[in-house]
Design a protein around this ligand. Structure first.
Ligand code: BMA
Length: 363
């Protein structure tokens, strides 16, 4: 695999007209050729439309798990989502299965499969609380971030956790020897306080140091196949920037936002507000943007795809929109339709739109 050292040259030209970031960005990051191609793909995507992503798409659906070439979205429209995102929470425990009971070997296999079929792969990490040993929603440990930074009590064990994550990225190698490029999305939704790295549990400076530490360790471990997504909860531009770690290694700017009640109005407002400032930031920072997590749990609106989601996505230069997982173990915890679901035919309309991009559309 060829390594590209992208020159440290900063292009200040603001882009005009087409609303797209400049292509030849600029960091001193070391990345494989395929990773650099992924970055350009993300940047160019809004010229063609926005990619549709689905969390864990080929691992399981509401009624099945681990069936070759199956995906609920594919069962409905005949194509895979353009992006599939996977979750590696619990990997640091050194056990075989993730927090969602998926073998890590299966995640590796499906990430490679999706890359080989021309799709884009993303990985999130609901990291366990290094102080209490419990999960990422355990916020009982006080300021945990402080304890894992350099000089902190849990620094060494946290570095071991990062090393396990690094080993996983380094192991994503296809049978023809290509390291699969991945958009890595750790430390997400930090503008809320439901994760131990959230805003009430550490200072802005400490949060940024957590990112620096993550980036540095991945680099030291030779991980050259990841891009980094910075992904807040629904927020304001000021709050978004306050904890933004660094232009040097953040490659994509995103946010997570869900519809939580029957009336979509407040969801639409939140989505628009976030996308307005992200579009500005995309220009200012010359970086692609995305809706890194969204959806309406249970999708009780049969026209949700064409009447709520599509009109929002079409207004902004987003590279992708990702809906969350179709859990097979939690009834009603699903965000993509499956055969027989009330929004099935609307999803097919959504699929047919020129702007929504599925796997075959991005080849
Ligand atoms: C959450 C839920 C949980 C899951 C976690 C990590 O949003 O879907 O059930 O364990 O994501 O995938």
């Amino acid at each position: 695999m060829k390594k590209l050292i992208i020159p440290t040259l900063i292009i200040f030209t603001s882009f005009t007209g087409c609303e797209l970031p400049q292509k030849d960005v600029v960091t001193s990051k070391v990345m494989t050729e395929e990773t650099s191609e992924l970055l350009n793909k993300l940047k160019d995507m809004p010229e063609r439309g926005y990619m549709i992503g689905h969390q864990d798409a080929t691992l399981y659906g509401t009624t099945w798990e681990f069936e070759e070439n199956r995906s609920d979205i594919r069962s409905i429209c005949g194509d895979y989502p353009a992006m599939i995102a996977f979750e590696i929470g619990d990997i640091e425990r050194g056990i075989a299965k993730s927090l969602d009971s998926v073998p890590f070997s299966k995640i590796r296999e499906e990430a490679i499969n999706h890359y080989k079929r021309g799709g884009v792969v993303s990985i999130s990490w609901h990291a366990n609380n290094p102080k209490t040993g419990s999960n990422s929603w355990d916020i009982t440990g006080g300021n945990v971030v402080e304890t894992i930074l350099e000089g902190g009590e849990h620094h060494a064990s946290f570095i071991s956790n990062l090393d396990i994550v690094a080993d996983f990225f380094n192991s994503l190698i296809s049978d023809d020897g290509v390291k699969v490029p991945v958009l890595f999305r750790p430390w997400h939704e930090h503008t809320g306080s439901w994760f131990w790295w959230g805003k009430d549990h550490c200072t802005s400076e400490q949060y940024k140091q957590l990112w620096d530490l993550t980036y540095r360790r991945m680099s030291e471990k030779g991980v050259d196949n990841i891009l980094y997504a910075y992904s807040s909860g629904s927020t304001t531009k000021e709050e978004y920037i306050e904890r933004y770690p660094s232009d040097e290694y953040i490659d994509l700017l995103g946010f997570d936002c869900y519809q939580v009640d029957q009336n979509p109005e407040s969801y639409k407002t939140d989505m628009n507000n976030n996308l307005i400032f992200l579009t500005e930031l995309s220009k200012e920072k010359n970086k692609p943007i995305a809706i890194t997590e969204t959806g309406f749990e249970g999708i009780s609106d049969k026209k949700w795809w064409t009447e709520v989601l599509a009109p929002i996505c079409e207004k902004y230069p987003v590279s992708y929109v990702l809906v969350w997982r179709n859990a097979r173990e939690i009834p009603e915890h699903y965000y993509a339709p499956f055969p027989g679901h009330i929004s099935e035919s609307d999803f097919v309309e959504f699929y047919k739109s020129d702007r929504s991009l599925f796997c075959n559309d991005i080849q």
